[in-house]
Design a protein around this ligand. Structure first.
Ligand code: 5RP
Length: 225
């Protein structure tokens, strides 16, 4: 199976977690895109009253299949949040933000009772950090934060918009530093340390609020842990 077929397969397995849930939390990325496409055709779609979305892209996609999108301020805590990841460990710690939606993802994950992480097998790692760690920053703090991240041993690079050549701008009007070569031996401590740098909105480590269930598309099957 190709990586995209594995993503489609694991998205299909995640559908069952959305049954009988009136307000769902929805992440961002290509695996979630498959999930929303499959939600469009499933028989319980009309039982879903609304969704809380982690990005403008996901909001538009959900609305295009007829699902109402609410702000988190309107809903209170959620039963379920489903999202992909760039890396996930056997302890269900994740590195996320390849799609740039890390801050809203972390907020909705924090407000959800169950986080279901959906990945293809290429995302499973023992130690995170091979994938560059996204750090969302206030634009005025970009250089200072980059120097602080370098002191932690990383090599930060400002994410660029591939179409315009200008810095990539998040849905929160901020920028992203992608940090290469980070040695993430203790993800909980690293998450706190980076979030303590003034000017950081959040970083892509989801170690303090990790996943409750991980679904992995692997070969012909989906593994759950
Ligand atoms: O964190 C994310 C977006 O900010 C995504 O969940 C992560 O990048 C995985 O994306 P994909 O499903 O396309 O592989």
């Amino acid at each position: 199976m190709t990586q995209d077929e594995l993503k489609k397969q694991v998205a299909a397995a995640a559908l069952q977690y959305l049954k009988d849930v009136p307000v769902i939390g929805m992440g961002t990325g290509s695996t979630v895109t498959h999930l929303i496409n499959q939600l469009a055709d499933c028989d319980f779609k009309h039982d879903i009253e609304a969704a809380v979305s982690s990005s403008i892209k996901t909001t538009e996609h959900l609305q295009s299949i007829g699902i109402k999108v609410l702000e988190l301020n309107q809903t209170g805590d959620l039963d379920i949040y489903v999202d992909g990841a760039d890396e996930v460990t056997p302890h269900k710690k994740m590195l996320k933000g390849g799609g740039g939606a890390l801050t809203r993802e972390k907020i909705i994950a924090g407000a959800s009772r169950k986080f279901v992480c959906i990945v293809d097998e290429s995302k499973c790692v023992d130690v995170m950090g091979k994938f560059p760690l996204p750090v969302e920053v206030l634009p005025l703090a970009r250089s200072f934060v980059a120097r602080e991240l370098a002191k932690l041993g990383g090599t930060p690079e400002l994410r660029m918009n591939k179409d315009t050549g200008a810095p990539y701008i998040t849905d929160n009007a901020c920028e992203i530093l992608d940090v290469y070569n980070m040695s993430i031996m203790n993800p909980v401590e690293m998450e706190k340390t980076i979030n303590n740098i003034p000017g950081v909105i959040t970083n892509g480590l989801f170690a303090i609020r990790d996943a409750d269930v991980v679904l992995v598309g692997k070969g012909a099957e989906v593994i759950t842990y």
